[in-house]
Structure formats: C-alpha cells, structure tokens
Design a protein around this ligand. Structure first.
Ligand SMILES: Cc1cc2nc3c(=O)[nH]c(=O)nc-3n(C[C@H](O)[C@H](O)[C@H](O)COP(=O)(O)OP(=O)(O)OC[C@H]3O[C@@H](n4cnc5c(N)ncnc54)[C@H](O)[C@@H]3O)c2cc1C
Length: 404
C-alpha cells in the first residue's frame, strides 16, 4: 500500500475529496476552501458538463450566491423571459402569462439561468484554489483502515483524504458504494422526460411555449434570440422504465411511442430528439435517505436529496446544502458532529421542498382530462389575479455565518 496519510495532523488543514463538479460539488469546494480545507474535486466528464435546461435559483439559495460574491454575475446571466404560453392539443392558446404569474417568486430575487452558465461561474471562482481532476472518478472507497478514507481513482492512483463528499448527482455512485443500491432511496414520481436542443425554426424569443394533453407535455424554450431552443418532452408512466434508462435507443423509442399521434410541433420534436447531440433523459424522482453520511463520507445535493425537476428546487437545494455542510464542518472539528449538524439543520428545508410535489404532483403536467381542464381554468384566472406569492419552502432557512 502506498497510500499517504491525511495531513490534518501536520498542517491542521482538512483534506476533502468532492466527487462531482456540478452545482453542489463546485459550491461546496468554494466554501470549504474559504474555511481552510484543502479540496480536490473529481469529475467523471472530461470537461465541465455545461448542458441542460435553464434552472432556478430562488430564495435562500439567492443569498448563498450573494455571499459567494456571484450575485451580480448570476443576475447578468438571468433569463428574463417575456412570457409562457400554454397550448391545447390542437396548438391553440389557453393563456399567455408572465413567468412570475405562473411559478410565483419575487421580482429581482429569484433567478433563472442556463445550468451551464451557473456551473461555469462556480468553476471560475474555485479553479485557482482547488484541484479539479476531470475525466476521472472514484473506483473504491475504504474507510476501514485508519483515520481517513483511502480512495482509489480510476486514473489517478491512490490517495487518502480526511473526508469524502459525494456530489455526483441523482444516480450517485458514491451513494451506491457506501449506502447501497439506488432503488432503496429513489421515489419515482410517475413521469419520464427528455431534454435536448434543436433549431429555433419557430421564431421564438425569450419565451416558453408549453403544449399539454393528459399525461403528456412538450415545451419549447427560447432563452435568448438564439438560433436554438431548449426542447422538453415529458410523459406520465405509472412504472419506471428501468431497462431503458441507460439505453439511448430504447428511451428514444419510448418517447416516440408516448407521443405517437400528437399534434402541434411534437412530431418534429420527436424527430429532432433522434438526431440531437446533447439529449438528457431521466425519470422524475426524488432521493430520500434516512441519513446523509456514513463514517467519513457524506452526500450532498441530488445525490442525497434530489427533489426532482417537478419542484424546480434541485439547484437551490444543492447551493444551500453546500453552504450548510461547509458551515457545519467549519464549526465542528469532529466530522461526526459536523455531519450530524448538517443533517439536523437542513432536513426541514429539504423536506419542505420535496413536499412541493406531494399533492397534485405536477401542476404543469396534469395526467387526466379533468385535471388538465382545472389547470387551464386556473391559468386563465391568473391573467386577472396578482402574481402567486413566494412559496414558503423557498425561503424557509436562515443561513448562519460561516466562521473563517
Ligand atoms: C448534464 C446535466 C444536465 C442537467 N439538466 C438539467 C435540466 O435541464 N433541468 C433540471 O432540472 N436539472 C438538470 N440537471 C440536474 C441539475 O443540475 C441538478 O438537479 C441540480 O443542479 C443539483 O446539482 P448536483 O450538483 O447535486 O447534481 P448534478 O448537476 O447532476 O451534478 C453532478 C455532477 O457529478 C458528475 N458525476 C456523476 N457521476 C460521477 C462520478 N461517478 N464521479 C465523478 N463525477 C460524477 C456529473 O458529471 C455532474 O457534473 C442536469 C444535470 C446534468 C449533469
């Protein structure tokens, strides 16, 4: 064994490995470095994964971004959409509304940015201080043989860390290797979705158009005057399509079957998905775990408590979770006390956000004719009503200060 020992005793600096350079992993790296840790991030992809639909940063998460000094830049990247237009099966309009009327939120406080823009901004604030190993991942984790975690990387050999944090997303392999198979913690919410980009042949600009029939939705989202639009296809399916998830040909067929006979621009979207360079397919699901740490390994963001895209809160939970975990580690020298505090202080916030889809799950994606008609009536009423209030779940946590 050539593994080196943790250097905590020699330098007083904790050495932390973060698996995953997504929103959660990069935000944690920033805060851990600020509080004096030596941080290594390992990312499976060969470069930053800058794809994805626009994501929301809301409420308490906006304050985290402000404390990172990033708020002006995130505001610059904010997608100021002009309207959301809802369509019937035949493509005729139900209602056209401001985004704030639909999702609620506070003007100037809640932000929507391209996922890739946010990841790039987070990377920019850590890249000089943190070692990021792209194109690598953890092969084995062993915390049985001493006061640290012995890590074997697939490419970079073997090293020992004081702590390891799995920020490797919904299908976390850190979670799999330390806590067991995903099925134990995954709660399927009855929808599958595909995201991709396609040519903007629709003349759309800074707007979202959403087509629904019961159990099916198709959206085109133009985030600027771009040549491309973000396309989104989601459908209700009582059982998860387990076999198809990691098989692109199989899930493309699944999507095509689900949208057979659909009107509006949907046939062209299904065709574009077949040739898309950047498709992302997944199920709407949540991760719910009794504990977020075991020994010296903790989980963060989607790996620990994915709320699902139906809540729109995945990125906000990742940012707030990163801050709270770093805070707990800065306050408590003992990692067990730190991980216990992280869980104690964050659980209610996570539970409130995951509960956003408990009743009437997907308000934007009704699964019955009746629910769709009720949704459409509500949308028509919104045209004459004040904007929806900020949801309590977005702001239900007061952030402590991180000791330096
Ligand atoms: C390419 C991509 C596109 C996305 N698009 C959307 C979207 O359009 N809408 C939406 O609501 N959410 C999307 N998400 C999820 C969204 O980013 C998260 O819900 C949210 O930001 C929480 O972030 P996270 O950091 O916990 O997880 P993620 O954003 O999933 O980040 C996890 C990171 O870990 C890396 N990783 C995975 N496995 C390993 C491993 N074994 N070793 C090392 N690194 C690993 C991934 O490459 C990724 O960079 C997307 C995620 C990705 C990766």
């Amino acid at each position: 064994m050539t593994a080196d020992r943790p250097t905590t005793r020699a330098t007083g600096r904790r050495r932390v490995l973060v698996s995953g350079a997504g929103v959660a992993g990069l935000a944690l790296a920033y805060w851990l470095h600020r509080s004096g840790c030596t941080v290594t991030v390992v990312e499976k992809a060969g470069a930053l994964r800058d794809g994805g639909y626009p994501i929301d940063v809301r409420g308490t998460a906006t304050e985290v971004v402000r404390r990172m000094g990033l708020l002006p830049r995130v505001r610059e990247a904010h997608i100021a959409s002009r309207r959301c237009t809802f369509l019937r099966a035949d493509g005729s309009a139900v209602a056209s509304l401001s985004p704030r009327a639909v999702v609620g939120g506070a003007e100037g406080q809640d932000l929507e940015v391209r996922r890739g823009d946010l990841v790039a901004l987070l990377h920019a604030v850590v890249r000089d201080d943190v070692d990021v190993l792209f194109g690598d991942s953890v092969d084995t984790l062993d915390q049985s043989s001493g006061p640290g975690v012995d890590v074997t990387f697939r490419r970079s050999g073997r090293r020992t860390f004081d702590l390891v944090v799995g920020a490797d997303g919904m299908h976390s392999s850190t979670r799999e290797s330390v806590f067991g198979p995903e099925r134990r913690f995954h709660r399927y919410l009855g929808h599958c979705f595909a995201l991709f980009t396609m040519a903007n042949t629709f003349g759309l600009s800074r707007e979202l158009v959403l087509w629904n029939t019961p159990g099916r939705a198709a959206a085109l989202y133009a985030v600027g005057g771009d040549d491309e639009v973000h396309a989104f296809l989601t459908f209700h399916r009582p059982e998860p399509p387990s076999g198809a998830l990691r098989n692109p040909a199989a899930w493309r067929d699944l999507v095509a079957a689900a949208f057979a006979g659909a009107g509006w621009e949907v046939p062209g979207m299904v065709d574009a998905l077949r040739g898309a360079a950047d498709p992302y397919f997944d199920v709407a699901g949540q991760i719910r775990m009794p504990h977020w740490s075991r020994g010296r390994v903790a989980l963060l963001g989607d790996a620990a408590y994915a709320p699902s895209f139906l809540t729109g809160q995945g990125t906000s939970l990742a940012l707030v979770g990163a801050y709270m975990l770093a805070n707990s580690l800065a306050v408590h020298r003992d990692h067990r006390a730190a991980f216990a505090a992280y869980e104690r202080d964050l659980r209610t916030f996570v539970a409130m956000n995951q509960a956003l889809v408990d009743n009437g799950a997907a308000t934007l994606f009704p699964t019955t004719e009746r629910a769709l008609e009720q949704r459409n009536t509500r949308l028509r009423d919104l045209r004459t009503m004040p904007s929806a209030p900020v949801r309590a779940a977005y702001t239900a946590l007061d952030l402590p200060g991180i000791p330096s």
